[in-house]
Ligand binder design. Structure first.
Ligand code: URP
Ligand code: ZN
Ligand code: ZN
Length: 484
């Protein structure tokens, strides 16, 4: 028997800490040897020909086939969503099992497994969304779920069907602290949004671009500060998701300065889209609906802040927040009708496939940060944060053979991103026409080529569910002991 199933030879290997030329030996889906020149046979040899090889991406925030309450439907199920991820170099995704208000968290997880089973083509874990923090949910359901490998949860400070009030947030954070789970926070002030929305609609300002007016930066800044304060009271880390601009970044800076363990995520939409993408006039009202997401894209000055906070180390991870709603059809962006006001348009943009190529092109090749920071933001840190490291998120002996071999074009040979290159079931990309210089030539998921030379080639159901380790040490006792 050959010692390896596969050898990737002549790879320019990049991890968070290292960059070197070598061969990667793979057996039974794992990396079993790395050497300058691996001796021995393999059933298959891929010559990387000196190309850059990075760990497969870990997308710590995406939405596939998640139940909704407004008649809309996510365009991607676990097959099309993970297919799209694989073709863009992502080999692990973490979407959300979402509890309904009045419902059970355990039921949400069981339902979500049914949706994923037999469909995913790459490996996946689940975050929980705690939408109803009843005492029995936190006391009876959450501990068992954390034990079973659902070790991160998201809480919302907005959206009527999901939001928790401050007391419920505190109780949930305290439960997460006891259990060693990581809490992700969607920080926008719900009452401010409701008040602004009411006034905008009353004034007849209903077009998609008023979505941004209904959720200005102050709304995110205030909730960010409040989330940090609640986490400080409870004495537990949080991750602020989809941070969109300067004023939220300033709050995170301030918190870090106080020594608080506050993590932060941003997404390509806040680096590359701006409020102008929601429409500059009312000539084509639905066009702006494409880029409606929450928090909304800000202005160009805020994009610069996002990029510099990526370079400086402020952000912990970059995720896609892939939340795909098609433009056509009755369940997408137009679910409430072509002329629907901005508040009735489903929130979210697709991006699971474009996350890595955009970060590589605009971030690394654009000179904003180096390849090590790219690996950290896109793979290693999300794997660590959510208890999947070192199985996922790095290139090391013993890790899963999740690899991306890059096709990097020289300056002057950029190509144009088009929706028809992509593999999501969503019918558009918000980045149509963007010039790119990098795309995966090959994606390996546990040693299987799932994307190779422009061809997707994995069977539905070949992805595995990943139970996550606890990212934090469980901490019992009174969370508020430090205050008395
Ligand atoms: O607009 C967004 N971000 N939609 C997805 C749901 C969420 O809050 O992440
Ligand atoms: Zn959110
Ligand atoms: Zn999201």
């Amino acid at each position: 028997m050959a010692p390896f199933d596969l050898i990737v030879r002549n790879a320019d290997i990049a991890t968070v800490g290292d960059r070197y030329r070598g061969d990667i030996g793979i057996r039974e889906g794992r990396i079993v040897a790395i050497a300058q020149a691996l001796p021995g046979e393999a059933a298959e040899v891929i010559d990387a020909a000196g190309r850059l090889v990075t760990p497969g991406g870990v997308d710590g925030h995406c939405h596939f086939d998640q139940p909704t309450s407004d008649g809309s439907r996510f365009a991607d199920d676990f097959f099309t969503g993970t297919r799209s991820a694989a073709c863009g170099g992502t080999t692990t995704v973490i979407p959300f099992a979402c509890q309904q208000k009045g419902g059970s968290l355990v039921d949400a997880v069981e339902d979500y497994h049914r949706r994923a089973n037999g469909k995913a083509v790459i490996d996946y874990a689940f975050h929980l969304i705690v939408a109803d923090a009843r005492p029995e949910v936190l006391r009876d359901e959450l501990p068992a779920l954390v034990e079973q490998g659902y070790t991160s949860l998201k809480v919302y400070m907005t959206y009527d069907d999901l939001k928790l009030d401050d007391r419920q947030m505190i109780e949930t954070l305290a439960a997460a602290r006891r259990l060693g789970a990581m809490t992700m926070v969607h920080a926008e002030n719900s009452d401010c949004i409701a008040w602004l929305t009411e006034h905008l609609l009353a004034a007849g300002l209903t077009a998609p671009r008023y979505h941004a007016s209904s959720r200005p930066m102050a709304v995110e800044r205030e909730a960010t500060h409040r989330a940090i304060s609640l986490a400080e009271l409870v004495d537990t880390p949080i991750l602020l998701v989809h941070v969109s601009g300067q004023e939220a970044i300033e709050q995170i800076h301030w918190a870090r300065g106080r020594g608080l363990p506050i993590h932060a995520e941003t997404c390509p939409q806040y680096m590359l889209l701006s409020a102008e993408d929601l429409g500059i006039d009312d000539s084509d009202p639905m066009h702006g609906a494409r880029c409606i997401c929450s928090p909304p894209p800000r202005d160009k000055a805020n994009q610069k802040f996002i990029w510099s906070a990526l370079s400086s180390g402020l952000f912990t991870i970059v995720s896609s927040d892939h939340a795909p709603f098609s433009m056509a059809g009755p369940h997408g962006k137009g679910v409430a009708g072509e002329q629907a006001s901005f508040d009735r348009i489903p929130n979210g943009v697709p991006g699971v496939e474009t996350r890595l190529p955009l970060l590589m092109s605009e971030g690394v090749l654009g000179g904003r940060f180096d390849v090590h920071r790219f690996v950290e933001l896109s793979a290693t840190s999300p794997a660590r944060l959510y208890g999947l490291y070192p199985r996922k998120g790095t290139i090391a002996v013993g890790s899963d053979a999740d690899l991306v071999v890059w096709d990097i074009r020289p300056e002057g040979e950029a190509f144009t991103l088009r929706h028809d290159m992509l593999h999501s079931a969503c019918d558009y990309t918000p980045y149509e026409g963007l010039s790119l210089r990098a795309w995966p030539a090959l994606t390996l998921s546990r040693g299987r080529a799932v994307w190779r030379d422009g061809q997707f080639q994995a069977a539905p159901g070949s992805g595995q569910f990943l139970p996550c380790a606890r990212p934090l040490a469980p901490r019992g006792g009174e969370p508020f002991a430090r205050w008395v």
